[in-house]
Design a protein around this ligand. Structure first.
Ligand SMILES: Nc1ncnc2c1ncn2[C@@H]1O[C@H](COP(=O)(O)OP(=O)(O)O)[C@@H](O)[C@H]1O
Ligand SMILES: [Mg+2]
Length: 200
């Protein structure tokens, strides 16, 4: 994926990404202080926000190959299980119940399978949102500070699953974090952002 001369004015911030290459098959970090435009950049990539000018070359990747886990996950007013299989349903893919349940089991959501998703704790919501994002084996995953609010054990588990999927599928990851020291070993490449610009 290549982002060229992408501009978006948001509030006081003038986001301008002159030239950013997100090589496929790598785990990328996007780090920078609060308010520098990280979330806005992810939304521009996903087409949730329209740029004022400039472009994103998806290099053959289609929107259905991609997924974004937002900081505050949106849950549908259904059960935990129905939330998780939703991406498979809308893509018309076969639902392998055993595989889905094995993933749920791994993050500790299986016991909550039939529970109303809206009743989950914030950590459980993050887990649901993570499993829902990866259940259809996306080619590209954008994660917005999803790891930042997890306890150490869950964070370690998420990292393990990320690396596993990355190895198995050769998927591309763009992971937003404000604590880049801890994520250091996860990233193949790190892009630093400040005041709406990629600085290195
Ligand atoms: N819809 C919006 N309207 C006005 N300002 C916005 C809007 N969305 C984001 N901003 C502002 O744009 C800046 C960048 O926001 P954001 O991309 O969320 O930063 P980050 O994710 O790096 O913390 C912030 O100053 C934020 O307040
Ligand atoms: Mg943000």
């Amino acid at each position: 994926m290549r982002i060229t001369e992408l501009r978006k004015k948001i509030g006081k911030t003038d986001l301008y990404i002159e030239d950013l290459k997100i090589e496929s098959g790598l785990v990328h970090g996007l780090v920078g202080p609060n308010g520098c435009g990280k979330t806005t950049l992810l939304k521009l990539i996903m087409g949730i926000v329209q740029p004022d000018s400039g472009s994103v070359d998806y290099e053959g990747l289609s929107m259905t190959d991609m997924t974004m886990m937002s900081q505050r996950p949106y849950l549908m007013h259904t059960s935990v299980y129905d939330n998780i299989i939703y991406p498979l349903k809308i893509r018309g893919e076969k639902i392998d119940r055993d595989e889905v349940e094995a993933l749920m089991e791994r993050v500790g959501l299986l016991d909550l399978k039939d529970q109303y998703a809206g009743s989950l704790s914030s950590g459980e919501r993050q887990k649901l949102s993570f499993i829902r994002a990866i259940v259809f084996r996306p080619k590209m995953v954008l994660m917005d500070e999803t790891l930042s609010n997890l306890d150490a054990e869950s964070e370690a588990l998420f990292r393990e699953i990320i690396m596993e999927r990355h190895r198995e599928d050769g998927s591309t990851w763009l992971i937003v974090s404000h604590q880049w020291d801890e994520m250091n070993d996860l990233f193949d490449k790190v892009h630093h952002m400040e005041k709406g610009r990629i600085v290195k």
